[in-house]
Write a protein of this length. Sequence first.
Length: 247
Amino acid sequence: MKNKTIRMEETNRSHLVQDPVKLVETYPKVPLTVDCVVFGFEENELKVLLIRSDLAVFDGLWSLLGDNVGDNEELDDAAYRILRERTGMEDVYLDQVRSFSHPARHPGGRVITVAYCSLINIQHHQLKKIDHELHWHNVASLTQMAFDHFEILTHCHKWLQKRIQEHPLGFNLLPDKFSLRELQNLYEAILNHQLDRRNFRKKFASMGLLIDVNEIENDVPHRPGKLYKFDFEKYEKNKRKWIGVDF
């Protein structure tokens, strides 16, 4: 009985893969890349950082900041490396959004890419490199891009619109002291539609996270508005209770 059990165990083990390296060698070789979608806010416009495509088939079109993932490189590490190599910026936080894997998304063959997204204050992040005509573009002005990058940009924009209503990300894009007009302009630029002025102000007033600094705007072409600061300390203490802003 014992010998029979041993033979059965040996038979079961015979089906196990003994060499994982040889197994992986049988897998299809599909390149993996990362594309960074870096959003910024400036002059009441939502902008995205793009470079000129260097592929002849996409001559004249803009593309996201992307590159291959190294054989021994984590996806997150690749994303930060690509952003650093393309822009020179290092103090930028990136979120992984999703992968894009359509077999025909790249004209040279199948390439799977993973999109990372960030939202930064343009005034606080200086571009240290401008290769391939790197500069900011108004998101609303874009209709066609290289590869499937317009699809990636559109998806990341929708992701950002959802995120900014779930978390107070936008306050990092404003001056330390801001008016409610500036705050509403920011949300309208990201959400891409106009918001009712009275309801907008009522919602933010009810949160109790705006500090009145007892100052008003200077040198503005409209009636000066009161200035506020966002109470980050109060938000940190109560963020578990934060239910977001539903417009």
